[in-house]
Unconditional design. Structure first.
Ligand SMILES: [Zn+2]
Length: 123
């Protein structure tokens, strides 16, 4: 194995610390195939928006994700896809039984534009 070049131990430690949270990993799993809005994460993960926002802020501060506002919605996307190499390696090392990822499920209750396409409201 090669030495880590010019990388102090604290740098990878900070990345692992950012990842050391199941909900943050669940968020990253949701973002694997592209951006999602906060309301979508809220519906899929079944957590309050304030809680999701708190975890998103930590991931954003670590410069793993970035956000984009579109009208009423804020979309998040992963800007460091290398993170999935780490996550996949950690999953491969896990001896716990596997579960079906919730990320593939689209909830009917989700109000985001992907799950509920905007329809013209006639009155
Ligand atoms: Zn949605």
């Amino acid at each position: 194995m090669q030495n880590r070049q010019g990388c102090a131990p604290g740098q990878p430690a900070a990345i692992f610390k950012t990842l050391a949270h199941p909900v943050r990993i669940a968020i990253l799993d949701l973002l694997r195939h592209g951006e999602e809005c906060v309301c979508h994460m809220e519906a899929i993960l079944d957590k309050r928006q304030a809680y999701i926002s708190q975890q998103l802020a930590i991931l954003r501060a670590a410069q793993i994700i970035a956000d984009r506002r579109d009208g009423m919605n804020i979309f998040y996307r992963v800007v460091r896809p290398e993170i999935y190499v780490l996550l996949d390696a950690a999953c491969a090392m896990s001896t716990l039984p596997t579960t079906t990822p919730s990320a593939v499920i689209r909830r009917e209750s989700c109000p985001c534009p992907k799950c509920t396409p905007v329809v013209a409201i006639a009155d």
